[in-house]
Ligand binder design. Structure first.
Ligand code: SF4
Length: 184
């Protein structure tokens, strides 16, 4: 029953033309992982490899994300991974605020379906999609937030960690805070 509902979300995303991002997509990209996950990892949007394969986080950022998940003692298949927008922005630009808002219904449907114990947002766009526009990741990370009563933590996008490895220590602290919460 739950899987059918996820399939419905994926079908709706595949047919969605609600914003201009549909014009350049090869595939809409909704999620990978488990519908029974306790944690949702939320990124920005599909890049080249994701658009080609129809799966989130399968390029270099995805490899790092999978390593981060394993460092937390979990398997990538046991978590739920999705994005703020389902279709690839041209030239991998940051999604415009109106695109994030238009795609937000898909995100909310997924969170309702998964009903996670915790959400970890990866990068500024992911945080903006649930917490609103404004503060940087640097200002939002390091403390707990909430979305619809679900505890939410903010950290850097894996692509930012690939560009600037000095952020890895802070990201590791963020992962540890989430891990501690899940063990409580
Ligand atoms: Fe629809 Fe989201 Fe794709 Fe825009 S990004 S076309 S709202 S699925």
């Amino acid at each position: 029953m739950r899987l059918e509902t996820l399939q419905q979300i994926k079908n709706d995303a595949a047919n969605c033309t609600a914003c201009d991002l549909h014009l350049g997509r090869t595939n809409s990209v909704v999620s990978r992982g488990s519908v029974n996950a306790k944690i949702i990892l939320l990124g920005e949007g599909p890049g080249f490899y994701e658009d080609q394969q129809g799966l989130p986080f399968v390029g270099p950022s995805g490899k790092l994300l999978d390593n981060m998940i394993r460092a937390m003692g979990m398997e990538p298949a046991d978590v739920y991974i999705c994005n703020a927008v389902n279709c690839r922005p041209p030239n991998n630009r940051k999604p415009y605020p109106e695109e994030i808002k238009t795609c937000n219904d898909f995100l909310k449907r997924q969170i309702t379906l998964i009903d996670p114990r915790v959400i970890l947002t990866l990068g500024a766009t992911a945080a903006e999609s649930l917490l609103g526009f404004g503060d940087s990741v640097g200002k939002r990370r390091g403390r707990w937030h909430e979305w619809n009563k679900i505890p939410l933590r903010v950290t850097y996008h894996p692509s930012a960690l690939l560009r600037d490895s000095s952020k890895k220590q802070e990201a590791w602290l963020d992962l540890q805070a989430v891990l501690k919460f899940l063990k409580e």
